[in-house]
Design a protein around this ligand. Structure first.
Ligand code: PHE
Length: 446
């Protein structure tokens, strides 16, 4: 297959598409509970440090490969490898990315289903007047009900797959254009409201006053994995989007803009959520349920709480939707390369992801005590290993490909910077980002 001639219509459209992929459950659901489980500010500092030292340079690497190849990830890798006289086996990196996003999407869709449930519940006013204990008990009862969870998981996947099959994600991006600023606004309101609560001071200290003794090998690994996850990095998903990047756009500038937008969402969500945690005397390390328990409590204090809460879950769902479309794209592209039609490829992937997601659904009821590795049930496993191990490994290989393997002239052109800027990026990737990933992964293994 040859180069694609399609392009995002404007620079803003490209930035929005990548922001749509980046901003999702990772910022609003995963970031707060990971911070809660990993010692608060220590985790936050490490995560931001990884976004700067790894996230930015490797994101440029991933997108520039797509931009230089102008093909699906596997084909771009093979084409650029050949051009540089290297082995076209580099294409298998695209398949590895496909496997990674497969597992990520399988639990992503289940948690997105929780948001559907909460959207409907809040629109019906079901949270009005509930005590914090009752909100918590509600969430536990929901998790213990595999039928309701299955229904929502199925519905979310159908929504995602129908957009992917129709290839109309452009329309969704336009919607996103409007909704993303609204999501910011709502989070901002929540964060401002948080300043008036009793727990605000404790939340700020928890988030921004690092306790160095909280840093362990696992905390470092989790922070690195989360930096990749939140930026949608390391699975060739952004590579797929890079193929449509306009010629004249500055890649470094776009990447910095996306990273700033992405981290801001996480910080706002963190401030809002931890203020509730500390106002209510809850446990910050409560785990994946944290957002679903704290936000209904917070909104209940605001006038018109049920309405705000439903708007919030609607916006969260839309942000999640754009991320899950990005998660699906590399898998569909891979099957299309293998000769399947787009509709068929999407159906096959949808069915497989659905089945894998069912193992996560059941991890809260019938399979809660089925341990796959150590003490981890399926949901524990699938929410950690692909993110903490597969994404960094994929990201390191992507970085090696961009900064060592492919033609450095082509790379410079696709990065769209002058010789000095290119050398800076190249040295950062070669001597900082790649060694850093390798050191963190190896030191965690032993
Ligand atoms: N970045 C998305 C989020 O934060 C998740 C994601 C991971 C999307 C990897 C694409 C690839 O929710």
């Amino acid at each position: 297959m040859g180069e694609t001639l399609e392009r995002w219509s404007t620079r803003r459209a490209f930035i929005l598409a990548v922001t749509g992929a980046a901003v999702g459950l990772g910022n609003i659901w995963r970031f707060p509970y990971m911070t809660g489980e990993n010692g608060g500010a220590a985790f936050l500092v490490l995560y931001v440090a990884f976004v700067i030292t790894l996230g930015l340079p490797v994101m440029m690497a991933e997108i520039l490969i797509g931009r230089a190849g102008r093909r699906s990830p596997m084909q771009s890798l093979a084409h650029l490898a050949r051009e540089a006289g290297a082995t076209p086996h580099w294409r298998w990196l695209g398949l590895f990315g496909g496997i990674t996003v497969f597992f990520i999407l399988s639990f992503y869709s289940v948690v997105a289903g929780w948001s559907i449930e909460y959207l409907i519940d809040s629109a019906n006013g079901n949270f009005a007047g509930l005590s914090p204990q009752e909100v918590g008990a509600n969430f536990d009862a929901f998790l213990a009900d595999p039928l309701r969870m299955t229904f929502n998981h199925t519905l979310f996947l159908l929504l995602t797959m129908s957009v992917v099959a129709a290839g109309v994600s452009g329309g969704l991006e336009k919607l996103n254009n409007l909704l993303m600023p609204l999501l910011y606004l709502l989070l901002l309101i929540l964060a401002i409201y948080a300043t008036t609560t009793d727990g605000f001071g404790a939340a700020m200290a928890w988030l921004f006053k690092p306790d160095p003794s909280a840093i362990t090998g696992t905390v470092v690994l989790n922070a690195m994995g989360h930096a990749f996850f939140t930026l949608a990095l390391g699975a060739c998903a952004l590579m797929a989007y890079g193929a449509y990047m306009p010629e004249e756009q500055s890649l470094p500038r776009a990447v910095v803009a996306v990273a700033i937008l992405d981290v801001t969402v996480a910080l706002l969500a963190g401030i809002a959520i931890f203020s509730v945690v500390f106002s209510q005397g809850m446990d910050p390390g409560e785990g994946p349920g944290l957002m679903f328990v704290t936000l209904p409590i917070a909104f209940a204090q605001l006038p018109g709480g049920s309405l705000w809460l439903s708007i919030f879950f609607l916006l969260l769902l839309l942000a999640t939707w754009t991320s899950s479309i990005n998660l699906t794209e590399p898998m569909v592209a891979t099957l299309q390369d293998a000769g399947l039609k787009r509709g068929h490829a999407t159906a096959v992937i949808g069915a497989l992801v659905w089945a894998a997601g069912m193992l996560s659904v059941l991890s809260f009821s019938t399979m809660a005590e089925v341990h796959w590795i150590g003490e981890m049930n399926f949901f524990d496993l699938v929410t950690t290993v692909p993110t903490d191990i597969f994404l960094p490994v994929g990201g390191a290989l992507i970085a090696i490909f961009a900064a060592w393997v492919m033609s450095q002239e082509t790379a410079q052109q696709a990065l769209g910077v002058d010789a000095k800027g290119f050398r800076l990026w190249q040295s950062l990737v070669r001597y900082v980002s790649i060694p850093l990933v390798v050191i963190v992964l190896i030191s965690d293994l032993f």
